[in-house]
Design a protein around this ligand. Sequence first.
Ligand SMILES: Cc1cc2nc3c(=O)[nH]c(=O)nc-3n(C[C@H](O)[C@H](O)[C@H](O)COP(=O)(O)O)c2cc1C
Length: 332
Amino acid sequence: MNGLPPLLMVEPVPLFLAPMAGVTDLAYRLLACETGADLTFTEFTAASGLSRHAKHSWLKVESDPRESPFIPQIFGGDIDEMVQTVKLLQDRADIIDLNFGCPAPKVCRNDAGAALLRNPNKVVEMVRACIEAADIPITVKMRLGTGSGPNTALEICQRIEAEGVERICVHGRTLRQRYSGESDWSQIRDIVEAVDIPVIANGDVVDAKSAAACIEATGAAGLMIGRGAIGRPTIFHEIKRDLGWLNQKPHWGEDNPAVARSWCWERYLQLSSEVYEEGYCKNLKRHAVSFTKGLPGASNMRVELHSVQNQQQLGMRISRYLKELTSTEVAA
Ligand SMILES: Cc1cc2nc3c(=O)[nH]c(=O)nc-3n(C[C@H](O)[C@H](O)[C@H](O)COP(=O)(O)O)c2cc1C
């Protein structure tokens, strides 16, 4: 017994950083691994771009030897393009993840992402073709259905398990819901019980309490965390710590949120300088906003960011702000 209330007594499962466009760049994924994430994915990348060798698409699927396993996520509505992409990517990837969950109109208009859930036969055909083309495992991330008509995820999961998919992640919302309402963990449980491959539960896990509740409700083999990890990569460590899954001290030494935030920012800048040719990623400003959201004086400080000349200055301005916060918080 570790003294935690019964709700929090759950067996450890792996924690996944969710793929998030504009957020989970390579440096951020490496950071999340250092702060407790067990697996990471690239943001979704268009098979139409990758199969045509578009530079901006290939930049999204860069990795680093420290990222292991490396799991690029791809999406598309055209089976030949998906197959072509799997063939092109598989030498550099450990696993390839197929996206059947994106609700963005510009994706769904092309019969890709979550829109494919209206057509289980096409999903199965696409998955089969990708598995046939691949020498490495294929995994899938999906929503429950489109939200018009009965949900198709359970049927699809059973059929793609039979095709040889090795793991499925389910976000417990429909396409129509986008991010409204709640993730329906009971429908994830139905899928967990209907297949033998690992099912990862996704949606609305934001801390140890919701993590424990989600594991109990779904019986899933792992949890995937998205929005809860934006600007807060320490969420993985915090969940493991609060559920009694680990005893070691974090890299940032003490459980002071300001110190943790500042450590993560410095580490993100350091990793960026190591992995990006220019030394920074285009997502830097977005991370700057997320890392400082809700902190004392952050909105005033962010006004100053409008006059910042370049990414280096931006990085330094946030560093200074977070360091000052650390000293005031520690002094308080
Ligand atoms: C900014 C943002 C970008 C996202 N991009 C992707 C993506 O590229 N691929 C994907 O499968 N899901 C994407 N998602 C969905 C998340 O992976 C996840 O399924 C969703 O946010 C629900 O999990 P959460 O409640 O933990 O946030 C994105 C979500 C957000 C908020």
